[in-house]
Structures are given as C-alpha cells and as structure tokens.
Design a protein around this ligand. Structure first.
Ligand code: ADP
Ligand code: ZN
Length: 718
C-alpha cells in the first residue's frame, strides 16, 4: 500500500503530497486524515495522510515510520475545507490543515495524559479494632460507596493510606479534564416577544446566513442561546464564535448557567494541556456546544447545525498571518456544505455585511430596542477645542463633574482611551525629532512605570533618558497620551476612588483579565479605565457613566475603514452604560465634533452612518463596491523590494485587465523588524482569473529566497 503524505514543512515549494510505502504492520492502522512520521531527506517529519492507493509512479519509495493518531483527526469535511482555504488564501495547504488543529495536539503533547483524580471505594467492614480517626472516615462512607478526594480534603492522608493498606478502602484513579467547573444554578430567561420572533425567523428562513442587527443590550446573546437549545432538540450541535477579548467569564457563565458542562471552550488563554482536553471533548463527541475565538470555527463537531458569530464586525475574525482566512467565510462554507445555518450578530455590522442584508443575500433581522425597555444612553459631545485652558489635563470639566456625581451615588464609571502606555511618542523640543524604533519605522511609546520606551510592533525596549539620541541635548519630552498617564491623572483628580486599569500591559499574566472583571463587577473599584478591551461584551449593571477620553484616536489612522472603526468603537463603548435598571450617560471628548462618524455615534444612528459611509466607499472604489487584494513585497534589501514590487505590478497589469492597480508604494509601516515592505493594492469587481494569476506569482516567489510576497484577499487593514 502507498500513502500520499503532506509533510509539515514551511518551505512552500515543498507543499505537495509525497508518496511513501506503508509497511505491513501499519496497514490496519493507517487512515486518510491521520498524521504519520516519515523520513524526509536527513530529517524525520510529521505529515498528514491525504490519500491511500495501490501503486505509485515513483520507484524507490521510503517507508512510513509510524502512525501518530489513534483517531482520524481530519475527516473528509475538514480535508475538503483545507483545500478550499488553500485555494482562496493561497497559503500552503499544510498551513491550512495545521490551523484547524489546536496547538496542544502536537506530537509531544499528544500522549499527554490528563491529571488524575483519585477516587476511593469502600470495600468491607472492619473486623479489627480501629482508631477513632479511622472510624470517622469509615463513617463518611455510610450510605455511600465512593467518595472523591475533594469530599475527603479535611481528612489526613496518612490515616487514609493506612485504611487502603488494610484493604478497607480501595483507590482508583480516574481521568479528569484540566478545566474544572463548579456547578452553576440553571437559569433560563423567557424570551420577549421580539426575541421570540427573531428566533423563529432565523430558524425558518431558507437563507443560510442570517444577520442579526441588534442594538447593544437588545438581548442578542439570549437569542443565540435559544437558537442553540432549539438545535439541540433536533440533535444538532453549535459553534459560537466571539472575539478573543469578549470571551469573558461573564459570557461563559451565562452559557454555563443554561447549558451546564455541555460546552467545550477554545481560546488563547488556555494552557496547551487545557486546549488538548477541550479538543478531546469535541472529538469524543462529549459536548454539543463549542465556544471560542476565531479558530474554533474549525471545531470537528458531528451534526453541526449552527454557527453563531457574535460581534461579527470584529477584526479578530480575520487572521493576519498565513493562512489569512476570515472565520466568517469559513463558517459560511461549512454551513453550505453541511446544510447548517450561520448567524452573524452585531450592533454595528460591517458595511459589507449590512449591504448584503439589504440586498437580501443575507436574511436581515433586527432587534431595535433594549430588553430593559430603557432608551439607549444619551451621549454628550465635548468639543475639546473649546475646553483649552479650562480642562484639567486630559479631562474636561463636564466629564470630571459627571464622574464625581456617579461615584457619589455609588455607581460605576467606564473610561476608554484606545492607547496603552504613558505617552504615545517622545519628541525632542530642541531638534524636533521623535524617538523611533531602530528596527521599525514607528515612534516608541513611553511606559512610565518601567521607565522604558517600547516598540509596540517588535517589542524593542530601551531605557528612557532625557538626552535626545539625535542632537544630544537634554530636551526629550513625552507627548500624546496613553492609559498609564490617564490613570495617574485620575488618581490626582479623584484621590479617594479606586481605579482598575485594563490594557495589554496590565492583563498579560494569566487570569489577570478575569480577576479585574470580577473585582469590578463586585464593586471593588469605582472606575474601570482601559483600551478597547473595556468596550466589548462587558455587562455591568452598576455602570451608569461611560467616558471616552479621546474619541479621535482611530480617526486619523491611514485606513479606509478608520471612520467605521471609530463609529464601532464609540457605539460599543457607549452601550456599556445603563444596561440594567438604572439609566446611563455617555460623554465623548473630541477635537473633531463635526466628524460624521462621531456625530452618528453620538446619535446612535447606525443607518445614517451606513448611508454616508457607503457614499464615500462608492466614490473611493472601496468595499463593499469593490473587492480588495493587498500584495506585500518585502526584503531586507529595500532596493530589491522595490524592483520586485514593480515586477509584480507589471504582471498584474498584463493579466488583470479589469482591475485597478495602485502602487507600488511603501507600506504603512515601511520598515518592520529591519525588513522593508512595499505594497500593491488591487481593486476589482469582476476579475475571474485573479486567483489563478496571483497563485502563479506566489508560487514564483516561494522559490526566491531574498524576497517575500504575501497576498491578502479582502484585507482588514491596508
Ligand atoms: P446583547 O447581547 O444584545 O448586548 P444581552 O443578551 O447581553 O444583549 O442582554 C442584555 C441584558 O438583558 C443581559 O443582562 C441579559 O441577561 C438580559 N436579558 C436579555 N434577554 C432577556 C430576557 N428575555 N429576559 C430577561 N433578561 C434578559
Ligand atoms: Zn520595533
């Protein structure tokens, strides 16, 4: 027997099936979709078995060493899905299979056994005299045959050991999954009429994809849970995707109150062992629901009936390295193949999504009121141009006033500043130069607590000194503002209040994020200050004030989506206020009070924003009117990068006749970790051969060492 094996190798020119002989003793064990170990040149590599056949055109084949998996890990559906990903992203086929499997499933951890939990069984009555201590333990077993270690945690282990030795008790080790769960009280809300209608609509539409457009707090999550429950009664399983940072304990708790332990969780905060366990629950068919971030869309659930994508506008569904897939496309592809349904949910859908809803490509359903019947919180715009000279630091007087009032009432405040660190850049007041990363073409961010300047792209760090590296005068000053500086100002302005700062820097340790959310929801702090982390998915009933320190941060980004990003972020964070019985209030501080993204976010008017932004997109030939592809050509040698970028441009001009080609131009960040990047942007409406042409280019550059070409279809950022 011959096996066609796709080996795990990063060299894209070797991304194809190689034939191997299956030795007789492996014939029963080997299956398409399992991993094997094979000799490859002088090395031993892991590979996926993609085909089994009787003969090969090649002679002198080597033999497979061993079969690694007990079970098939890539079933037919996933094997086909991998080929689809390979075709639509142009990433190597092997990377498309690797992305489907959790990291914990690598060879070494494959044999990892989960922790053992001891259980004790009571064997027989005692015929000899025993101590009172021993008698106490034996009493515990009255009416019970077995006890877990937990139930015996107050008992001394030496006494236990003696009983085991004397054959009174027997110990047995049972396998437990690493993620332990406490039991939660079951809680099911009765749906409102509006929610009920939405559920029926989604279940009975003949469209594969439904777009649930529902304002923040309109009860979308409840709708998801009901849909899952209805699928369960039909024996159908569900996947729920949420952005990584929205995967909060709050959300997980709500699902667990409804579905108990019938859930596997897949996200990056889990250890490899935990991921491995959660994945096995899915493979062993022990759970009906998977909740996770982007890559959970590949979960190999049997009888998959429903894929829910919450906060579907989120960037996090697009992977920004190879394979550059979008989980939404994968979900729709899987649903088409399996006859399942996809639900996209958001208060601020992407323009592409809403446009498809209006054109009836997606089934558009709406929840336009909050469950609690309250109006959405009123937003006040503070024009910071008029506050100059009056404000204290970065805080306008009205915002200070509202924070004071809120804290006095015993209610809580969320403050957003979408920039971490202390100050966003450091500039010399003598020569005017800003301090930049030596490896990347961007300014360094000042982190005061550690007194370092850090590059947010490559992690480069250097000590902060007042001497300018350019002119050597002692004239460096930090400008711009980050969460760390705002925290310092808050402490000065509100000396008795407690503040939690939540950003990448304060949440890097495992469990820190969760602890902050727990503490804040228990009322241990008055103010939660943070980056976009505080804007998404959080539900604190006692939060009645939301303040945005600078609503303009994402407006200035050189990206065609910057208005949309601004609108989304402001709408999302505003939605954190007044979610329960108390009404909420929101303040945006801005230097651009006339900007339409900020104005419509203030009015909470998604539809008007949509109309206005669609005009811009049409005029500028951007999505959803045009498809985009970004080509990134990079090299350590900046001249070579430009020469090759021009070559790519020529090829595109020659073969893509209906496509607009922009560039080559230096990428937004020209120099990143000492590599120079040029960019070509392609815009098209109909260009049938585009995948074919770009695939040829990609394959060509796979054989060139000094230059790299990355192709990104439907990029999120330019
Ligand atoms: P969204 O996901 O649209 O932001 P949620 O599902 O989180 O909205 O609902 C907002 C709040 O209303 C939550 O606290 C939720 O528990 C509550 N809620 C939603 N639907 C119901 C319902 N039918 N009955 C009672 N409470 C509900
Ligand atoms: Zn850098």
């Amino acid at each position: 027997m011959i096996a066609g094996v796709l080996v795990e190798i990063t060299n894209k020119s070797l991304d194809r099936v190689f034939d191997y002989v299956v030795p007789d003793h492996l014939i029963d064990d080997i299956k398409v979709g399992k991993r094997v170990e094979v000799p490859f040149g002088p090395r031993t590599l892991v590979g996926f078995v993609l085909e089994l056949k009787n003969s090969s055109d090649i002679s002198n084949l080597k033999e497979i060493f061993k079969v690694l998996d007990k079970e098939v890990i890539l079933n037919k559906e996933l094997l086909d899905l991998g080929r689809y990903l390979h075709k639509t992203t142009l990433a190597s086929l092997v990377s498309c299979y690797q992305i489907m499997l959790p990291k914990g499933l690598n060879v070494k951890s494959n044999n990892k056994v989960s922790k053992k939990l001891k259980k004790l069984y009571y064997l027989n009555d005692i015929d000899r005299k025993i101590t009172t201590k021993q008698q106490k333990i034996v009493d515990l077993f009255k009416n019970k045959e077995k006890l877990s270690r937990d139930e015996l945690k107050d008992v001394s282990s030496s006494v236990l050991n003696t009983l085991v030795k004397n054959n009174v008790l027997r110990v047995e080790e049972v396998e437990v999954y690493r993620l332990g769960y406490e039991k939660l009280k079951r809680k099911i809300n009765h749906l409102t009429n509006d929610q009920e209608k939405v559920v029926d609509n989604i279940l009975y539409t003949d469209k594969i994809v439904s777009l649930l457009y529902g304002v923040t707090g309109s009860g979308k999550t409840e709708v998801y849970m009901e849909l899952i429950a209805r699928c369960l009664t039909k024996g159908l399983k569900s996947i729920v995707l949420v952005p990584e940072i929205a995967l909060t304990p709050q959300l997980i708790k709500r699902f667990r109150e409804r579905f108990g332990n019938n859930i596997a969780l897949l996200h990056s905060a889990l250890s490899e062992g935990e991921k491995y366990d959660e994945y096995r629950k899915i493979v062993r068919d022990e759970v009906d629901i998977v909740i996770g971030a982007r890559s959970a869309v590949f979960a190999p659930l049997k009888n998959l009936g429903l894929i829910i994508i919450d906060e579907c506008h989120s960037d996090s569904y697009k992977q920004d390295n190879n394979p550059r897939y979008n989980a939404k496309d994968v979900a729709i592809k899987r649903a088409e193949d399996l006859g399942a349904k996809v639900v996209l949910g958001s208060a601020t859908p992407m323009l592409e999504e809403y446009a498809r809803g209006l054109k009836n490509v997606f089934n558009l359903v709406t929840l336009d009121k909050r469950v609690n019947g309250k109006e959405l919180p009123k937003v006040e715009l503070i024009d910071m141009n008029k506050e100059v000279g009056k404000s204290k630091g970065y805080f306008s007087l009205p915002l200070i006033d509202e924070i004071n009032k809120t804290i006095e009432k015993g209610e809580q405040v969320i403050l957003l500043l979408n920039r971490r660190g202390y100050s966003s850049f450091v500039t010399c007041s003598n020569c005017g130069e800003s301090v930049k990363c030596p490896n990347c073409d961007i300014t360094l961010t000042y982190h005061k607590s550690s007194n370092i300047l850090r590059c947010h792209y490559c992690g480069y760090a250097t000590k902060y000194e007042v001497t300018c590296p350019n002119c050597h005068e002692d004239s460096l000053k930090d400008l711009g503002v980050g969460t760390e500086k705002i925290e310092e100002e808050l402490k000065d302005l509100f000396p008795v209040s407690k503040i939690i700062r939540m950003d990448v820097d304060t949440t890097s340790r495992k469990g820190a994020h969760q602890r902050m959310i727990d503490d804040f929801s228990k009322g241990k702090a008055n103010i939660l200050l943070g980056t976009q982390m505080v804007a998404k998915g959080l539900d604190f009933p006692n939060v009645t004030l939301v303040g945005v320190i600078n609503a303009d941060t994402s407006l200035m980004l050189p990206d065609f989506r910057s208005s949309e990003k601004t609108f989304d972020l402001l709408s999302q964070v505003a939605g954190r206020a007044g979610r329960a019985s108390k009404s909420g209030k929101v303040i945006f501080q801005t230097f651009n009070s006339d900007n339409y993204a900020i104005r419509y976010a203030k009015e909470n008017d998604y539809k008007s924003f949509y109309k206005e932004e669609m005009k811009v997109r049409k005029l500028m030939k951007y999505p959803p009117y045009y498809y985009l592809v970004s080509l990134n050509i990079s090299s350590k040698d900046s001249k070579l990068a430009l020469v090759e970028a021009k070559k790519c441009e020529k090829v595109c001009h020659k073969y893509l006749d209906k496509t607009i080609i922009l560039g080559p131009s230096p990428a937004t960040i020209f120099k990143k970790q000492n590599i120079y990047h040029y960019q070509l942007i392609l815009k098209y409406q109909y260009q049938d051969n585009i995948y074919e042409v770009l695939e040829k280019l990609v394959n060509y550059y796979a054989t060139i060492n000094k230059v790299n070409l990355e192709v990104d279809f439907n990029p999120i950022h330019l």
